[in-house]
Ligand binder design. Structure first.
Ligand SMILES: [Zn+2]
Length: 199
């Protein structure tokens, strides 16, 4: 059951779940967990692991799509969507950051918010003293924007930067990463008011 098979070949192969006895086609299995080059597929009835399948190469997917394989078409479409999203993330991160000028002696509180709308990219929005100064396309499980934007705030405001609150964006910054919270706590540990006390 753990021999890596090509997913495209496996989807029309018969599988039986060792736990509950479900029998069906590989195409009906559900992805339990995906890794870089393979994924674990589970029983659609009880979620037990049924197969470990290697992802096909892009060239194999394209060849299957040329033969009219519907699963291959949807894989190509998802890959194209992911590539386009990655390009939007990169472009939005590379735009020059412009922060409002510091006002002598006035403390600066910053936060990173998450804005989600149906059919739109989720956005990370940087607020400085409650005013939006930056938005970037959010990428799942990436704390890079929090580190980079905090450093830019420190460079710009120096000791006037009192707090930085990354928690509103946790869903995207951390995703399923269990150890991520301590990373965010550490990130703001040297600010006078840390995360501003929101958490
Ligand atoms: Zn089962």
């Amino acid at each position: 059951m753990t021999d890596p098979h090509d997913y495209l070949a496996a989807k029309s192969r018969q599988y039986t779940c060792g736990s509950c006895g479900w029998t069906g086609l590989g195409g009906d299995l559900a992805v339990i967990e995906a890794f870089a080059e393979l994924a674990e597929y589970g029983c659609p009835r009880c979620d037990s692991k049924v197969a470990v399948l290697a992802f096909p190469l892009r060239s194999e997917i394209e060849a299957a799509a040329d033969r009219g394989d519907k699963a291959a078409w949807s894989m190509l479409r998802r890959a194209a969507d992911a590539d386009a999203h990655a390009a939007r993330v990169k472009a939005s991160r590379e735009r020059p950051l412009q922060l409002p000028d510091p006002t002598e002696g006035h403390g600066v509180h910053a936060s990173l918010e998450l804005e989600q709308q149906a059919n739109h990219d989720a956005m990370l929005v940087l607020l400085v003293n409650g005013v939006e100064v930056r938005r970037e396309v959010a990428a799942f499980e990436s704390t890079e924007p929090a580190h980079r934007l905090l450093q830019a705030l420190k460079d710009h405001y120096g000791n006037d930067l009192l707090s930085f609150d990354p928690w509103p964006a946790t869903l995207y910054l951390l995703g399923d990463r269990l150890n991520g919270a301590s990373e965010l706590e550490k990130m703001v540990a040297d600010l006078p008011q840390r995360d501003g006390g929101r958490r």
